[in-house]
Design a protein around this ligand. Structure first.
Ligand code: F6R
Length: 245
């Protein structure tokens, strides 16, 4: 657990943890797991600066999204494929052809189940995720694994909690426009990544961070599965760390 005094320092340390994990990869193209939301934006900008300095090159790296909304039309600006194209591909030079995002464009349950299974197969074909970037929900969710998610779950359809829909309404014109369902990597899928790097800043995350890191390992706090992973780096600012003892 690395506590920094500012969000900028938090982002820089998280970027360091990501780059160190990518440098360990030998003999195949690295696979970087990507969260959306506001928490990792500073980290992605830090990676962009590392590219500008010539410290790293993402042209051979695969990007793998954590989750995607269900039912948004392809190309919707808040769909996570579009968000990751803007916030990651354009910023660090990762090729759009190498970005994998679950296909949530259908609203038919059987097609969505096929998309979820295809996504697990895609990750396996790539050789697994080398380092997964994560944020944490104020309710302790990880990806879109809301409280109550099975600790060994795989990529699947999930209903978004009211809290998460309200939290994400800021990205849409209003609450009614926020999708009700998503496809998300499961907690078991996330735990398969070789390293996890979680970024949390601000006091709205303090309770969730404390529950995840110092409370019991429980499906009521999905992010508590971090305690199970042998290589997790948690990057916090002081506000997000305020609940830790
Ligand atoms: C994003 C994701 C979510 C967010 C979480 C925090 O792909 O899966 O778990 O990481 O909701 O969101 P922000 O960072 O916007 O507070």
């Amino acid at each position: 657990v690395l506590v920094s005094s500012t969000p900028e320092q938090t982002a820089a340390r998280a970027a360091g943890a990501v780059l160190a994990a990518l440098r360990r990869v030998a003999g195949r193209d690295p696979v970087l797991g990507l969260a959306t939301g506001s928490s990792p934006l500073g980290l992605y900008r830090e990676l962009g600066r590392a590219v500008e300095r010539g410290d790293v090159d993402f042209s051979a790296t695969y990007g793998v999204a954590l989750d995607e909304y269900v039912g948004l039309p392809p190309g919707h600006p808040e769909g996570y494929r579009q968000v990751l194209l803007r916030e990651v591909c354009e910023v660090v030079g990762l090729s759009p052809d190498r970005l994998a995002v679950p296909d949530g464009s259908s609203t038919d349950e059987a097609s969505l189940e096929d998309s979820a299974a295809a996504y697990e197969a895609r990750i396996a074909d790539l050789g697994g995720v080398d380092v997964q970037v994560l944020g944490i929900g104020a309710n302790g969710h990880l990806g879109f694994n809301e409280p109550g998610s099975a600790l060994t779950s795989r990529t699947r359809i999930k209903r978004l909690s009211d809290r998460t829909r309200r939290d994400n309404a800021r990205f849409f014109s209003g609450l009614d426009d926020v999708p009700t369902h998503c496809l998300t990597q499961g907690l078991g899928t996330i735990l398969d990544a070789r390293r996890l790097v979680l970024v949390a800043t601000g006091d709205t995350k303090a309770d969730a961070v404390a529950a995840a890191l110092e409370g019991p390992l429980t499906a009521s706090v999905p992010a508590s599965v971090l305690q199970w992973h042998p290589d997790t780096v948690v990057c916090l600012d002081e506000a997000a760390a305020a609940g830790l003892r």
